[in-house]
Design a protein around this ligand. Structure first.
Ligand SMILES: Nc1ncnc2c1ncn2[C@@H]1O[C@H](COP(=O)(O)OP(=O)(O)OP(=O)(O)O)[C@@H](O)[C@H]1O
Ligand SMILES: [Mg+2]
Length: 254
C-alpha cells in the first residue's frame, strides 16, 4: 500500500509559556500527533493538560517553543482560511442574524449573492435552523448558537475544522444531539476534524482516532484507533464494544 502523508503533523512539540522568566511554565512536552486527511481526530484529557494550547498552535494563533507543526507539509505560520475554528463560548456576531452570520465568510470571499444564499440554505438545513434564519443570536439557546457557529465555520469550506470543547457548556441532552449532528456532518462532508474535549464518551463516539493526553506537563499518553461502526447512533454508547473502549481510556487517565 502506498504511504499517505498525514494532513497535519505535530513533531516533538513543546510549549513553554513565559519562557526565560521566573513564571516559565511547560504546558506541552514533546507532543507528536498525526491527522490524516478526512479523519475525525479527538484529543481527550483533563483540564490544564494543554489541549487548547495545542489547538491554538494548529490554528496558527500561537507557536511551539520547539518542535514542528506542518499542514500539507508546510510549517504553520499563522491562521489561514484553510482552517476553521469553533470554540466553547459562542463567537457569533451579535448584531447579525443567523443567516448573516453563516454568510459572513462567503461574503468576505466576494462570492455572488446567489452563491452566498445557496451556502446559507445548505448549512441552515444541515443544522436544522432554517426557520430561525432571521433570528439574532440573543434569541437562540446555547445549543442553537453553537449550531450556527458550526455552520458558519463550515460555510467557509475549510480543509480542517478545529473544535475546542464546542459542546462543553451544553446540557447532556443537547450535547448528545449535537454529537449526533456532528458525526452526521462529518460522514457527509468528510472534513478533516480535530476535536478537543475532556469528555471520554464524546471522544469515543465522534472519533476515528483518539489521542489521550495527560497533564503536568501535557503529553500524549496513548493513541487509540476507534474501531466502531461507521454509521453511529446514540445507542452505540450502550454497547459492550463502546463501553470497553471508554473504560480503557478512563483507565489511561486515572
Ligand atoms: N497564555 C498563557 N500563559 C501562561 N500559561 C498559560 C497560558 N495559557 C495556558 N497556560 C497554562 O498552560 C496549561 C495548559 O492550558 P490549556 O488552556 O491549554 O489547557 P486545557 O487542556 O485546554 O484545559 P481546559 O480543559 O481547562 O480548557 C495550563 O496550566 C494553563 O494555566
Ligand atoms: Mg481548553
Amino acid at each position: 500500500m502506498a504511504e499517505v502523508t498525514p494532513k497535519i503533523i505535530a513533531e516533538n512539540v513543546c510549549k513553554v509559556y513565559n519562557e526565560g522568566k521566573k513564571t516559565a511554565f511547560k504546558a506541552i512536552d514533546n507532543v507528536n500527533i498525526e491527522v490524516d486527511l478526512n479523519e475525525f481526530v479527538c484529543l481527550v484529557g483533563p483540564s490544564g493538560c494543554g489541549k487548547s494550547t495545542l489547538l491554538r498552535m494548529l490554528a496558527g494563533l500561537d507557536f511551539p517553543t520547539s518542535g514542528n507543526i506542518t499542514i500539507d507539509g508546510e510549517k504553520i505560520i499563522g491562521p489561514g482560511a484553510d482552517r476553521g475554528m469553533v470554540f466553547q463560548t459562542y463567537t457569533l456576531f451579535p448584531w447579525m442574524t443567523v443567516e448573516e452570520n453563516i454568510k459572513f465568510g462567503p461574503k468576505l470571499k466576494k462570492m455572488s449573492k446567489t452563491e452566498q444564499q445557496e451556502i446559507a440554505d445548505k448549512y441552515l438545513e444541515t443544522i436544522g435552523l432554517t426557520k430561525f434564519r432571521k433570528c439574532l443570536p440573543k434569541e437562540l439557546s446555547g445549543g442553537m448558537k453553537q449550531r450556527v457557529a458550526i455552520a458558519r465555520a463550515l460555510a467557509n469550506n475549510p480543509e480542517v475544522l478545529l473544535m475546542d470543547e464546542p459542546f462543553g457548556a451544553l446540557d447532556l441532552f443537547t450535547k448528545s444531539q449535537m454529537q449526533l449532528m456532528m458525526r452526521e456532518i462529518w460522514q457527509r462532508e468528510r472534513t478533516t476534524i480535530v476535536f478537543i474535549t475532556h469528555d471520554i464518551e464524546e471522544a469515543v463516539f465522534l472519533g476515528t482516532k483518539v489521542y489521550v493526553m495527560t497533564a503536568s506537563p501535557g503529553r500524549i499518553r496513548e493513541k487509540v484507533d476507534i474501531e466502531l461502526p461507521y454509521n453511529r447512533e446514540l445507542d452505540l454508547k450502550d454497547t459492550p464494544e463502546f463501553i470497553k473502549i471508554r473504560r480503557s481510556i478512563h483507565a489511561m487517565l486515572h
